[in-house]
Design a binder for this molecule. Structure first.
Ligand code: ADQ
Length: 483
């Protein structure tokens, strides 16, 4: 029986040693959820990095690690500390991530990082090739593994290869600044189907391919050698029911148990309930527009002073890539901005920005989503943005307004949100006012349309549609090559 192999930089389980005891934590992230049924089907497997560096795993521990992963139908690609520094923090997060998000000034092209990126992509391909058979399907994910499709195709032309990019694909003008643009495109073109979140990213990709490679393109098909490669958009959804159901059960959850974090916030205290709550949740990343959001909120309070003491911005930022200098700079800037606005505007009974730099457990996250009147999702550039969709899924009482940046892939599907340019503080400040004053009936109408769409195109449907299209793409391939 043919199988599907999922490949991503990180496995859906995270391994750690705690006092020499192996701890296995499953991920509930979007990708892990979307792939659940594909992964559990038949003899499907997931290949990726486990979170442990090779240096941490002795020979005896290796057996334990392999057994724990086998139980989860996972196979690890062993990475050393140097790999993680150069391939992951280096080329992936200091070159590709800023370049693909239009942060050219942050982009560092280092030969050593590139060399390691090639080597690690080869390590991934080697492990995949040890487990793949003719007729199998391999679905490779994201910017850390752009070279893998071609490496697989070269060694085994009789497998079906899909590739999905979770971040934006930049315009040609930007992409050509990369010294290894040919190699990166060549790598992706090893796939039978290449997927992006939006049609704009598809266009940018096709434009790069047509100018850099000698190929023929007709609509969304690339003729390359004796193969046809399909390129299309597949906007990723969320596990809608998980968020919606948790929100429905939220009141009961609050009665039964309340975490220390929730107690410390005390949203449900009467005086706090009288003031409106605006929510902001992201990874601490310069693409998420966190400083712009704080400045827009400050602008709003100064332009509409009648809202002072009547509204709070609760800002949650998950620590991310803390050893990359640009992320350290962003953290300092955010701390300073929050300090400035709170220092200038706070009163004895009111703090305008409540800022938390940490990750939260699921039910606390749900509490924040449910308790807020408005969500501000205003990245300066974002492939999709799942927070926008999660917020909509938790609105079970027909109220709540989403302010959404036009630079997020999600804006292409969520027209009923208040769409803003995050660099336009005045427009964003006005959107905050509009959101706070929006009549209940209008909130209900906008939410109903958004919920209908987001619940229908959930993450399982996303995975299903990609795999269906991959099956079609495979069948358009003209020739099966003899090995
Ligand atoms: P990310 O950049 O990680 O993903 P996003 O899509 O917003 O961004 O997903 C973040 C996830 O982290 C959400 O599920 C959210 O609930 C969770 N989260 C955020 N803050 C949290 C906190 N403090 N505690 C706990 N959980 C928190 C990349 C791309 C996106 C694309 C996704 C999927 O950058 O554009 O949408 O992949 O393709």
């Amino acid at each position: 029986m043919n199988k599907t192999i999922i490949v991503s930089n990180r496995l859906p389980v995270d391994l750690k040693f705690d006092d020499e005891k192996l701890v296995v934590k499953s991920s509930t992230g979007g990708l892990a959820t979307g792939m659940k049924s594909v992964h559990s089907e038949g003899n499907g497997i997931w290949i990726g990095w486990s979170g442990l560096a090779q240096e941490e795993v002795s020979e005896e521990l290796q057996v334990e690690v392999d057994e724990a992963l086998a139980k989860e139908k996972c196979i690890q690609v062993p990475l050393t500390n140097a790999d993680i520094d150069n391939y992951y923090h280096g080329f992936s997060n200091s070159a590709l991530w800023p370049l693909f998000h239009y942060f050219q000034a942050y982009t560092e092209f280092e030969w050593n990082h590139w060399k390691s990126y090639v080597e690690v992509n080869e390590k991934f391909a080697k492990v995949i090739l040890e487990h793949v058979n003719d007729g199998d399907t391999v679905w490779v994910h994201d910017y850390q593994l752009l070279l893998v499709p071609e490496l697989l195709r070269k060694s085994n032309p009789n497998i079906t290869i899909g590739f999905f990019l979770h971040i934006p694909y930049p315009s040609y003008e930007l992409f050509i600044t990369c010294p290894w643009r040919n190699e990166l495109l060549q790598g992706m073109l090893g796939a039978d189907l290449i997927g992006f979140h939006t049609y704009d990213y598809v266009r940018h990709f096709l434009s790069s391919v047509s100018r850099i490679k000698d190929v023929e393109i007709s609509f969304n098909e690339i003729s390359y050698g004796n193969r046809i490669i399909k390129v299309d958009s597949f906007p990723m959804g969320i596990d809608y029911n998980r968020y919606h159901d948790a929100a429905l059960e939220h009141d009961k959850y609050l009665e039964d148990s309340k975490s220390d974090f929730m107690k410390s916030l005390d949203f449900h205290n009467k005086s706090n309930e009288e003031s409106k709550l605006i929510l902001s949740i992201d990874r601490m990343d310069y693409t998420k527009g966190i400083p712009n959001r704080i400045k827009s909120f400050e602008y709003f309070l100064n332009k509409y002073p009648e809202y002072k003491e009547k509204v709070r911005l609760v800002m949650l930022a998950v620590p991310s890539r803390e050893n990359v200098p640009q992320y350290q700079k962003l953290k300092r800037e955010t701390d300073e901005l929050v300090g400035r606005i709170n220092g200038q505007l706070s009163t004895i009974s009111w703090t305008p920005v409540w800022y938390f730099y940490r990750s939260l457990p699921f039910h606390d996250l749900i509490d924040l989503y449910v308790s807020s009147d408005v969500a501000m999702v205003t990245p300066v550039r974002d492939g999709m943005n799942l927070v926008a969709k999660e917020y909509i899924a938790t609105r079970t009482k027909e109220n709540g307004v989403l302010i959404l940046s036009e630079m997020a892939g999600a804006a292409k599907e969520m027209h009923e949100a208040l769409i803003v340019n995050p660099n336009n503080f005045e427009q964003t400040a006005d959107a905050i006012k509009t959101a706070l004053e929006m009549p209940q009936e209008e909130q209900k109408e906008r939410l109903a349309a958004l919920q209908k769409r987001i619940s229908r195109y959930d993450v399982e449907r996303w995975a299903g549609e990609f795999l269906k299209a991959l099956e079609v793409a495979k069948n358009t391939e003209p020739i099966q090559v003899a090995k």
